[in-house]
Design a protein around this ligand. Structure first.
Ligand SMILES: C[S@@+](CC[C@H](N)C(=O)[O-])C[C@H]1O[C@@H](n2cnc3c(N)ncnc32)[C@H](O)[C@@H]1O
Length: 253
């Protein structure tokens, strides 16, 4: 029989979630060393991943001197694109759950002599976003985080007014039968529990969360619907006080 604690958490699901995290970390520890090469085959050889990364960074509308968070940054494959956008006076914060992936990211930072990159080992689900950041990016990762909608909500709340959030990730194209999706994603099976991922359809939760949290949400299907780019900004909401209307950062405004 399942037991619930004082705040209603199901012990079974908590430990299941911990096990999933541990499995994910173990998987990426094994992948980390060769990730930069093997990811070029992700999800299939010749996939236009770099073009998609460029589109995602472009969707952030970055300016020189901006601060950007790369959530679940892995080995830092976005860093050079982000560097070009924010320049040496900007800041990049790479966050990831897996120590070994961050170690590769650190190698990249050192090899390029970047002094404006900080790396943080943290779970996206519990990450305390620094307030007032200009942009948040996540590529090929957020659909692996069951709490993706909360991550988007908390990320949006931390953005400066007008700051932008962009999520790029894989999805199953619409009207694809389940069995075909399973075959099509078999090549990435080691990266995640694909069956569970297909059933859960995390891209739907991400789309809904982006629509709820951001003022001008956009949703673009990429490469025959096998990926999506979702982006939007934190707007200004108008609040009334005794001196009349005043603008403050907030969703939906
Ligand atoms: C497929 S890799 C993508 C890495 C990088 N964003 C890229 O575009 O190459 C997925 C990354 O997400 C990280 N990750 C998965 N779940 C996470 C979580 N809950 N919190 C933080 N990072 C997570 C993994 O450690 C891994 O580095």
């Amino acid at each position: 029989m399942r037991r619930r604690d004082a705040v209603g958490l199901d012990e079974h699901s908590v430990s299941q979630s911990d096990r999933t995290r541990e499995h994910l970390i173990e998987t990426y520890r094994k992948k980390a060393k060769h990730y930069d090469i093997t990811s070029r085959l992700y999800p299939v050889p010749g996939y236009p991943q770099r073009t998609q990364r460029l589109q995602a960074v472009h969707a952030l509308g970055l300016h020189t001197g901006d601060t950007v968070i790369d959530m679940a940054c892995g080995t830092g494959l976005n860093f050079s694109l982000l560097q070009k956008a924010v320049g040496p006076g900007g800041r990049i914060v790479g966050v990831d759950l897996t120590d070994a992936m961050l170690a590769r990211a650190q190698d990249r930072v050192k090899a390029n002599g970047w002094s404006n990159v900080s790396l943080v080992q943290a779970d996206a689900a519990g990450f305390d976003f620094p307030a007032g950041v200009d942009a948040i990016l996540s590529t090929y990762a957020l659909t692996q985080v069951p709490e993706c909608a909360e991550v988007i909500a908390r990320g949006t709340a931390a953005l400066a007014a007008g700051g932008r959030l962009a999520v790029l990730d894989l999805k199953v194209p619409g009207r694809t039968p389940g069995w075909l999706a399973q075959i099509g994603t078999a090549t990435v099976r080691p990266f995640a529990a694909i069956d569970e991922w297909i059933m859960r359809r995390p891209w739907d939760a991400i789309r809904t969360a982006m629509q709820e949290e951001l003022t001008d949400p956009s949703w673009t299907e990429l490469f025959f619907g096998t990926a999506f780019l979702a982006a939007g900004a934190r707007g200004r909401s108008v609040s009334m006080d005794t001196d009349g209307p005043s603008a403050s950062a907030g969703a939906g405004g």
